[in-house]
Design a protein around this ligand. Sequence first.
Ligand code: SF4
Ligand code: SF4
Length: 437
Amino acid sequence: MLSLTTYRSKRRIIQVVSTIVIILLPFLSVLRLDIPTLRIYFLNSVLWIDEFYLLFLVIMLILWIIIIFSMLYGRVWCGWMCPQTVLNELERWFEKWIKRRLRIPTKGGSWFQRAVTYFILTISIGLVSLSIGFNLVAYFVDPYRMLFEIARGTLGTVEAGFIIGVAILVWIDIIFWREKFCIKACPYGMMQIAITDLHTQIVRYQTERNDECINCKACIRDCMMKIDIRTSPYQTECIHCGDCVDSCVRILSRLNKPTLIAFSWGEKNKQNRWYEKLGFVDAKRWIVLCLTVVYAVGLMTVIELRQPVSITASGDRFTLYRIGSEDRIYNDYAVKISNRCLDEAVFNLAVTSEDVQTNDFKLHTIENPLSLKSNQAQTLKISISTDGRNLHPGPNRLYLTATNLIDKKVKTETEIVFFMPESNSNFMNTKSSLNKN
Ligand code: SF4
Ligand code: SF4
């Protein structure tokens, strides 16, 4: 059974859980920007690209969460959840495992043994890199469709190109960069310096007990970033993994002494109350937390209250109006209806108005009601006709309403302008000229 007495074992559990979450997010459409359909899947909602303001607000929320998390816990993301750290550690573990299985010494060995080790490593890392490439592209393209197309050998060149491109970068990263990427290139690591302050969680060597250090250097040997935490708790390379804490606990416990290295809320670490132990030690943190919660609740309310149907209509402004049979006046429109519900919907279109009777209006289109699958959009040519008795000459403001016949609460409308002839004489002249033609 896995013991949870060390930070390393706790870290392994969190790394496994976070890796599973990162793999599953696009499959469950919890967070995915689907580029072919220009839709954003966020939690239980589907945002359309024309709702870009919502996407912007969602990104802001994610940034806020990152900021408060980093302000409280420092680089815990890097050491405990980041896929880059997971890959670095996985590669090191796998290399050791191969050497053990093939009975190759950890250091040295014949050129043949080394070649076999690196061959197996290169192929395995290649396969892992391809899976990572697929998973990353799945955040932007439907993963089920890609799997289906891969199985049939019909995956598009663009998707295949991106998967291979990402895989090559990941392969280079694991083989050549590893921790160098965290230190030199990771933007999150650089951002940390600006966000953290004197109360942020750090891994600290207790300099006041310096004379108790037996200089065994276990903390340096076990550090994947190969730094000496005793020199400063604020080294940019430190990813707060806690391995050096485990090392010092292991060594000094044999001498019945407490560890010299520990996680600490800033250098003073005088937190006693439960909320202080969680890192909420000053007003700044409470304010940021409250703002984040208010913002998140507001955003989720806005997303939930959106009408899951959108309708836009643009009138034919070359013709303005036509006079048809039985002296009815016709206006033509191009109407776009989008079903943003999670289920199929059947939309009934109707003309409505707050000011005039609309029972003489007729709507002419091929499909009304119109059946749309979830997330489907359709553009229709429609004509609206009236005998004109309730309208005044010139433009009249009306509404085109779409109601889902399956769930009548789902309803939306868009304003349209209906043009009538300017005067009765105009109307008669137009009518007689049309009749002559
Ligand atoms: S100094 Fe300690 S906490 Fe920092 S990276 Fe090295 S082992 Fe991890
Ligand atoms: S593991 Fe502890 S005792 Fe050993 S060198 Fe590091 S701080 Fe000193």
